[in-house]
Design a protein around this ligand. Structure first.
Ligand SMILES: *[C@@H]1O[C@H](CO)[C@@H](O)[C@H](O)[C@H]1NC(C)=O
Ligand SMILES: *[C@@H]1O[C@H](CO)[C@@H](O)[C@H](O)[C@H]1NC(C)=O
Ligand SMILES: *[C@@H]1O[C@H](CO)[C@@H](O)[C@H](O)[C@H]1NC(C)=O
Ligand SMILES: *[C@@H]1O[C@H](CO)[C@@H](O)[C@H](O)[C@H]1NC(C)=O
Length: 641
């Protein structure tokens, strides 16, 4: 139920946002490596990819495991298989688990809490599979791993006890090889203290955290590559100046999770920042069993998003995909200087063949060098102009096939663009967008009330069109003090008032406003709150006002409540309002489940609004006709003229 509620929320926000997108928030989707040459870094064209298994390593990323005490136990058992069987086949030097290791949701999926058994399951899997002996395992926290934690020192911060990495906060891990240094920088934007769901959907980086990240970035400047990783996509991080994307501009890529590829709607949530950094969101383990393999081959970066137990796995490391190339971060000219096409092919069964073709012309089978590396001699000069497509098919001894293809190019002045929607989702500062939309909506509602209150009384003319009826009904509503003040109060309250007071963290009372949440002396800037505010205004405050207008208009035509109940034509309107009202009632229940009994009762915007609504509707139908007299006269004149 909440999953779909949440999906609906996200989808609605997406749609709303799409409408206002480019107008409100300045972003652009840079296309191809061409415009990145503004800050050129000189790269040597040597060493260039050849026939030997050198200057090469690869890592794995997995995200959003959501190991749960209550839901689908296969998540954990498959994950154990992944650690025990998949990782040994791939043999990555490093594995990154980018947050939401545990689900931390209650059985009804509404509430949230830390369950020690989920963490114990996670740790047992790591230990039993001995995966930490086979690869360097780095796991970080996601928002679920920080639900309902009063502080990092608290025992409920099980990450400290049961994870592999154990240390809170951002950090810099260096993978050193004989051929260079590779930096992996973690961005920890999780909240401390950790509120219960849903108000920790966005990460926050305050000034001190940003400074820490800047110094980590400076530390990594001597590395051949920097990869940044975190749980939240940059669009879901509230960060102080100069902004998280600028802070990570020296990174080749930022790896994250959290969005679950929007429930599978956007299978490739990938894009490029203005400075050339790739942002690569990875689908979840939870439902989609996704993982990712990333390779550095002679400092050319490539990756493939994969599904658990789909073998063989293929990754073409030279020539790499043009779309994911960054002239500011990689020595792209090495492709032209290379002597061999290079492919990584993995399978639990022996590989039978690795067939290579370019632009549909079969070039031959790549030969095995060592480990997963296969190479095929080629003449890159033959492809130095324009775009070309490379296609590789691998078959293993169990007769399983896999084909991988991508577009490559060697001219830097060409360009390819990322999916616009994916770029939009990852490059828009969503918290700014929802704030703007929310404030606009409330302002529109208040403006309507005030304008119609102070405009002169209307004169109705025939024919009575829809627009005229609507405007007339707004006049009625705004000019009757009771309704005017009620709706003004509702609007201003939604914008400014405390929405509820309750256990934001168990045993720690906090206050929720549209512009943020306060708990234990900490202020968390509004983000998810605005989204909830948009839903409130769009699906309750505004419809309720429209419904009241409509009812008042009917009253002016001399009809009572009973008359309209007998007329089937009007039912859809009453019914729609009843449904929206039920939704408001449900949101009280949701509040009870998420933030507890105190929140349920001390909730002006939830329980109290339900009361106000009932009173409003009652007053609408019991209002004395004398209060409507001038409008009734006007209506009669118009109808008889
Ligand atoms: C890594 O950087 C060092 C120093 O710039 C360079 O000598 C080395 O060749 C680079 N490694 C690779 C694989 O290009
Ligand atoms: C490169 O192209 C030329 C001309 O089309 C051809 O003769 C040559 O065999 C090609 N070289 C390779 C290695 O494919
Ligand atoms: C795999 O590919 C080979 C040759 O490309 C083809 O003959 C075979 O039918 C394919 N097998 C499957 C299971 O797709
Ligand atoms: C790209 O640059 C090359 C020379 O560097 C030039 O011949 C070619 O026309 C350019 N292509 C485009 C699309 O500008």
């Amino acid at each position: 139920m909440t999953a779909s509620w949440w999906k609906m929320l996200r989808l609605a926000a997406g749609l709303l946002a799409a409408a206002l997108a480019a107008v409100l928030v300045g972003w652009h989707s840079p296309s191809g490596p061409e415009q990145l040459r503004r800050q050129p870094r000189s790269f040597s064209s040597q060493p260039a990819p050849g026939a030997e298994a050198n200057n090469l390593f690869w890592i794995i990323q997995v995200s959003d495991l959501h190991i749960s005490k209550f839901q689908s136990p296969e998540r954990a058992s498959d994950f154990e298989k992944f650690c025990a069987e998949t990782v040994p086949v791939i043999q990555p030097v490093l594995t990154l688990a980018t947050g939401d290791l545990t689900d931390a949701k209650t059985e009804d999926k509404l509430g949230s809490d830390q369950f020690e058994v989920e963490w114990q399951t996670y740790q047992t899997i790591l230990k039993r599979s001995k995966v930490m002996e086979k690869t360097k395992w780095i796991d970080i926290k996601g928002n679920h791993d920080t639900f309902n934690i009063p502080g990092l020192e608290n025992v409920r911060n099980y990450y400290r006890k049961y994870s592999a990495w154990k240390k809170d906060g951002s950090f810099h891990y260096i993978h050193s090889t004989p051929f260079g240094k590779y930096s992996f920088i973690c961005v920890d934007a999780t909240l401390n203290p950790g509120p219960k769901r849903p108000y920790n959907f966005f990460g926050i980086l305050k000034a001190n955290k940003m400074q820490e990240l800047s110094s980590l970035a400076a530390e990594s400047s001597g590395s051949n590559h920097s990869i940044w990783f975190g749980h939240y996509p940059t669009s879901a991080i509230v960060s102080t100046s100069p902004g998280i994307r600028t802070a990570m501009r020296s990174a080749t890529a930022y790896l994250c999770g959290h969005f679950h590829t929007l429930g599978g709607l956007m299978p490739a949530l990938h894009t490029r920042h203005r400075h050339g950094t790739l942002e690569l969101e990875l689908g979840d383990w939870k439902d989609s069993r996704k993982y990712r393999i990333l390779a550095f081959d002679h400092d050319l970066f490539s990756f493939a998003d994969l599904k658990f137990e789909e073998w063989p796995v293929v990754l073409i490391t030279n020539p790499k995909s043009f779309l994911y190339s960054s002239a500011a971060h990689e020595p792209l000219q090495r492709i032209l200087h290379s002597t061999h096409i290079r492919i990584l092919a993995f399978s639990p069964s022996p590989i039978k063949f690795v067939k290579v073709s370019i632009d549909g012309i079969h070039l031959g089978n790549a030969v095995h060098v060592s480990g997963p590396l296969y190479v095929l001699k080629w003449a890159p000069q033959n492809y130095s102009e324009g775009f070309h497509q490379i296609e590789v098919t691998v078959q293993d001894a169990s007769n399983r096939n896999a084909t991988r293809l991508h577009t490559f190019a060697m001219e830097e002045n060409l360009s390819l663009t990322f999916n616009l929607l994916a770029s939009w989702v990852l490059l828009t500062d969503l918290y700014v967008l929802v704030r703007v939309v929310f404030v606009l909506m409330v302002v529109v509602q208040i403006a309507l009330l005030v304008i119609f209150r102070y405009r002169g009384n209307p004169t109705l003319k025939r024919p009575l069109g829809r627009a005229m009826r609507a405007s007339f009904s707004l006049h009625i509503l705004s000019k009757i003090n009771f309704f005017y003040h009620s709706f003004l109060l509702l609007s201003f309250y939604t914008l400014l008032g405390p929405w509820f007071i309750g256990d934001i963290i168990d045993g720690h009372l906090g206050v929720c406003f549209s512009f943020g949440v306060i708990v234990d002396g900490h202020f968390f800037e509004g983000s998810t709150t605005y989204l909830v505010g948009i839903m409130q205004v769009a699906f309750f405050n505004l419809p309720l006002m429209a419904y009241t207008c409509w009812c008042l208009l009917l009253r002016c035509q001399g009809y009572g409540f009973g008359y309209y109940l007998r007329h089937a034509k009007q039912w859809p309107i009453h019914l729609s309002m009843a449904l929206l009202f039920l939704w408001q009632v449900y949101s009280c229940f949701f509040l009870l489940k998420t933030y507890g009994t105190v929140a349920f009762f001390l909730s002006p915007l939830r329980l109290w609004t339900v009361g106000l609504t009932l009173f409003l509707v009652y007053r609408t139908w019991t209002l004395q006709s004398s209060m409507l007299r001038s409008f009734i006269v006007e209506m009669k004149n118009a109808q008889s003229s």
